[in-house]
Design a protein around this ligand. Structure first.
Ligand code: GP9
Ligand code: MN
Length: 629
């Protein structure tokens, strides 16, 4: 099957040559960061697997002459795909996506500098193509023939096996790689450039069909629902108290609120945040829930800026970055606010570079804006203390009044921290993850404390509102056993697990003096209307799923993306209705579910999730002119 009269089949030879070229380009021409041995292995085998599978398709072509043509042109198209990506990469440090091909502005940027993006040694990228082309043109080529049915099936089976092997390794390296749709670099690193393009094409076309069938009047019912069920009819007492103040928003990576006011080894875990909670200028919300799904930090950003729900599979930052939104940063422009995000990670992570444009965020201070060295980074990047220190000069240069969001990173799984930065010893349980979580939480607590001092010194404190929010949970259900041990519980029930999805939420208004500890239920979806109202901006025509947290007239429940919810009276989780205060079970699954006290709200939860999905999938806001309503 493979060798005939000592000859290697052409598809195999082409596959090996093309695979080798692709590997060399991935490894040495693109600037792809390899973090461990597993990635090294994947990036080596993937090019060979992908190209042998593709060229192997030629065995299904009967006519050997046509087989050669197929192989030649496949090599040509494959090479061009690599090359276009490379030229694009040299300019944007990113890989092409289908929407980008249609973004004329990018093309204009590219054409102006195209000459500088082409290097003389690029010719080597075409070397294998020339060899394949040359060999395939030899008239008496024994490397192609008509393949028997058996050979075809064997080639197909081997291809399938290789493909599964590649995806299995990728899944081990990055669980839920495809559904979470991380960074494009991660995708390319783990499944290769070609499967990445297939993935991109499939997700784009899925999205497009849904958009094509969407219509203007879909919004009418949604607006009606929001007017009837969500929108408060009057303004809260705090409306306008933050007018013209800066908003400094700290998105605190993976901080859950079970650490607040809690202890480990007889010590407070978060001494600064505990103190801040009691401060007269602080509103602290003890029942504030994150509402993220697979998009993690990016979902928390999405919910916060738009007051829409994230999508259930994948990250909306990735799948719907081209949509029209009506975001917080966009709305506050009417009050002459500028907006910025500060986060020391690459700008492509979570597709932030594209999504931030759609959200109309003016400036993104990404990794390039920070000095990241071997000494000042740990785990996922720049240490939080260093991050805040280096952020101060950036904050000073942003035009006031501003909204600036700072996203921390040190308290990110796997919660690595050097000995010198550790002021709290790890916990001791069977979960290494939970054990290491406490010292990094403490580190971030100290970093925020230091940041407050720096803000005061920089004269940025007095005239700002400072928000601190945990972006999502850091300890997943995999660590329930250790968590139960820490919390001194027998087990973590669905009720407990829901309560563990609470994250800290602080609104600190220097000089306000009438702060309070708030026990009403709240969620990330409430942030946009709350902040808009603090700034004195009306939301009467906006479409959103949250409420001003300072208003008494709220819809009264917080939706989780999986359809669970928390209301003032109930928690619905694991298909069970619980009393929110006591945790007692209020219904019985065996009985008729309509009798459950949770049923009414459960229906509304489904309606809201569907409406939010309709807005996103249908890109419905493109039909609206919010400004002239
Ligand atoms: C990456 C950071 C962490 O830039 O926001 O992302 P996460 O894994 O928490 O979604
Ligand atoms: Mn995060």
């Amino acid at each position: 099957m493979f060798f005939r009269r000592g000859q290697m089949p052409l598809y195999l030879l082409a596959g090996l040559l093309f695979g080798l070229k692709t590997y060399i380009v991935y490894r040495f021409v693109f600037n792809i960061e390899i973090e461990n041995m597993m990635q090294e292995i994947i990036i080596f085998i993937n090019p060979f697997i992908a190209s042998i599978i593709f060229f192997g398709l030629s065995v299904w072509i009967k006519d050997p002459v046509k087989q050669r043509v197929f192989i030649r042109y496949s090599a040509l198209v494959g090479t061009l795909i690599i090359y276009f990506n490379l030229v694009f990469y040299r300019s944007f440090t990113d890989f092409l996506t289908i929407p980008q091909l249609f973004q004329t502005s990018n093309v204009v940027d590219l054409t102006s500098s195209i000459v500088s993006l082409i290097k003389f040694y690029d010719i080597f990228i075409f070397l294998d193509l020339m060899i394949i082309w040359y060999i395939s043109k030899q008239s008496h080529l024994a490397m192609v023939r008509e393949y028997t049915k058996r050979s075809k099936v064997i080639v197909a089976l081997i291809s399938l096996l290789l493909l599964s092997g590649n995806f299995l390794l990728a899944e081990i390296e990055r669980p839920q790689l495809l559904s979470r749709a991380f960074d494009r670099e991660y995708l390319v690193k783990n499944i290769g450039l070609f499967y990445y393009h297939v993935y991109d094409a499939v997700s784009q076309s899925k999205m497009r069909t849904q958009k094509v069938f969407a219509e203007d009047h879909d919004l009418k019912t949604i607006r009606q629902y929001i007017n009837d069920e969500i929108r408060s009819k009057s303004q809260s007492e705090l409306f306008g108290i933050g007018e013209d103040k800066n908003i400094i928003f700290i998105s605190a990576e993976s901080i859950q609120n079970f650490v607040i006011d809690n202890e480990l080894h007889g010590e407070e875990i978060t001494p600064f945040l505990n103190g801040l909670k009691e401060h007269e200028d602080t509103f602290y919300f003890e029942n504030f829930y994150h509402q993220t799904s697979q998009g993690k930090t990016s979902d928390s950003e999405f919910v916060t800026e738009n007051s829409l729900y994230p999508i259930s599979g994948g990250a909306v930052f990735f799948t719907h970055a081209q949509n029209k939104y009506h975001s917080f940063p966009e709305i506050i422009k009417e009050k002459d606010y500028t907006s910025a995000v500060l986060h020391a990670n690459t700008d492509t992570f979570w597709n932030r570079n594209q999504m931030y444009d759609s959200l109309e965020i003016d400036t993104f201070y990404d990794r390039e804006s920070y000095e990241v060295t071997d000494d000042n980074q740990v785990g996922w990047g720049l240490k939080d203390k260093e991050f805040f220190t280096q952020s101060i000069p950036h904050l000073r240069e942003i035009e006031e009044p501003f909204y600036a969001k700072l996203i921390t990173i040190t308290n990110h799984f796997p919660f690595d921290l050097e000995e010198v930065d550790r002021s709290l010893e790890p916990y001791d349980s069977n979960s290494n993850t939970l054990n290491k979580y406490f010292p990094t939480v403490r580190y971030t607590d100290e970093a925020i404390e230091q940041f407050f001092i720096q803000l005061k010194a920089a004269g940025l404190y007095e005239n700002s509102i400072i928000i601190i929010m945990g972006d999502h949970d850091g300890i997943s259900a995999n660590h329930n056993k250790a968590m139960a041990e820490y919390l001194d519980k027998e087990e973590i029930t669905p009720y407990d697990y829901t309560q563990l999805q609470r994250v800290p939420f602080y609104i600190h208004i220097p000089g306000y003096g009438e702060g309070e500890q708030m026990s009403n239920i709240a969620g990330q979806v409430d942030i946009k209307p709350t902040l808009l109202h603090l700034l004195g901006i009306e939301t009467n025509h906006d479409i959103y799923f949250g409420n001003d947290l300072f208003h008494d007239n709220r819809k009264g429940f917080i939706v989780q993306r999986n359809g669970n919810f928390i209301s003032e009276d109930y928690i619905y989780a694991g298909e069970t209705c619980y009393n929110r205060e006591t945790g007692d079970i209020l219904d019985n699954k065996e009985e008729n579910n309509h009798s459950s006290p949770c049923s009414d709200i459960k229906q509304k939860v489904e309606v809201e999730l569907n409406y939010s999905d309709e807005i996103i999938y249908g890109d419905l806001f493109r039909f609206l002119d919010f400004k002239n309503k």
